[in-house]
Design a protein around this ligand. Structure first.
Ligand code: NAD
Ligand code: MG
Length: 360
């Protein structure tokens, strides 16, 4: 097992990574308060992993309240928060309750948000079961739900007490979801960690095969890279925005094609290819580095080509991106593999060329 710490002063917390961690009461114990424990999960993950987690809690003398939500991004709404609050109240859960989020990023975001507002805030623990949640959404303290007018429009910054990553849970994750998570892994190499990018070049096949040592290292390094960025800029005053590499293009692809056509990581992969292309067009990035980026994305089985939609559609969605300031698009670009920069100063013609050159 490996443990790293997210250094946030009084809000610092451990991330434990390894196989079989759902069966380790001693990792859970320090994160739980004296009061009730409530597990929030969904109808897919609950049947797979709740029995093991429940047994571990029972061995500690804790019988959890279980709240099972329907599975899907479309249920990441305020209605889910109300449902959680209803059930917590029905079970007499007071301010000493700890919430455990067992599931992917959707369950994690909902549970974290519920924990941040239930009786003005109760502790929570992330137990992420998708690769994306293990390397990205469970770390950093962004929580929230969607509004009919936009994704993640309601939320809080609220850090968990601990993150427990049991790598065994990935064995049941659909292959496409797993590859989608690898896009965010590649992102860390691109924005802050050239050594990690090189490691991924050498070990992509082992990663795809979920070779235990490689998998644990990749999750640990991804969490470490994200935790480093978050520790420097917890509430996204500046630096944290580099975590959005490929996301301005990616969100436009997801929105313009209708959410669900592309998985998030697939859209981000195309977006990172576009961002690399734009960086090279602006003479920030070398062509050989751009090629290496495309090669690695493709080896992960991820796309680099975008759907052929009118460029105006892309631009429209990109302008409403949360990073846009006063309607001006802002881009995370690369000056090298492992070095990102944020700029609002990009000629629109170059953006259009970058998009068009990726259309299928
Ligand atoms: P998800 O939670 O929808 O999970 C994907 C699918 O896999 C779901 O059907 C889920 O039930 C299933 N699943 C989960 N674990 C499984 C397992 N071990 N075996 C089999 N099936 C399993 O999607 P996701 O990609 O994990 O998360 C996406 C969400 O995360 C989005 O809502 C996004 O906004 C959010 N997110 C948040 C942050 C953040 O910083 N808070 C960062 C990135 C993404
Ligand atoms: Mg993302």
């Amino acid at each position: 097992m490996r443990t790293l710490t997210v250094e946030l002063g009084p809000r610092a917390y451990p991330i434990h990574i390894g196989a079989g961690l759902l069966c380790r009461p001693e990792l859970l114990e320090p994160a739980l308060g004296k009061g009730p424990v409530a597990v929030v999960t969904n109808t897919t993950v609950g049947p797979l992993y709740l029995p093991t987690l429940r047994e571990t809690l029972q061995a500690m003398g804790r019988e959890p309240v279980v709240i099972e939500l329907p599975d899907g991004e479309q249920y990441k709404t305020l209605a889910a928060i109300e449902q959680i609050v209803d059930q917590l109240l029905a079970h007499g859960c007071d301010r000493s309750t700890t919430l455990l989020a067992l599931g992917g990023g959707v369950v994690g975001d909902i549970t974290g948000f519920a924990a941040s507002v239930y009786q003005r805030g109760v502790p929570f623990v992330q137990i992420p079961t998708t690769l994306l949640a293990q390397v990205d959404s469970s770390v950093g303290g962004k929580t929230g739900v969607n509004h009919p007018r936009g994704k993640n429009m309601i939320g809080t910054f609220y850090q968990p007490r601990a993150v427990l990553i049991d790598t065994d849970t990935l064995k049941t994750l659909p292959e496409r979801e797993y590859r989608s998570g690898i896009a965010e892994v590649i992102k860390y190499g691109l924005i802050v960690d050239q050594g990690f990018f090189n490691y991924l070049e050498d070990n992509m096949d082992a990663l795809l095969a979920q070779e235990p040592g490689v998998l644990a290292h990749v999750i640990e390094q991804s969490c470490a890279d994200k935790a480093w960025v978050v520790a420097k800029d917890e509430t996204e005053g500046g630096l944290r925005a580099i975590l959005n590499l490929g996301h301005t293009f990616g969100h436009a692809i997801e929105a313009a094609t209708g959410y669900g056509t592309y998985l998030h990581g697939e859209a981000v992969a195309i977006g990172m290819a576009m961002a690399a292309d734009l960086s090279r067009r602006l003479d920030l990035l070398r062509e050989s580095e751009q090629s290496a980026i495309y090669r690695l994305i493709k080896r992960a089985g991820l796309p680099t080509a975008a759907p052929a939609l009118p460029v105006a559609d892309y631009l429209r969605y990109m302008r409403v991106d949360k990073k846009a300031q006063e309607g001006r698009m802002r881009f995370v670009l690369l000056t090298a593999i492992g070095e990102a920069t944020i700029t609002g100063d990009v000629p629109e013609a170059a953006v259009i060329e970058a998009i068009q050159s990726h259309m299928e």
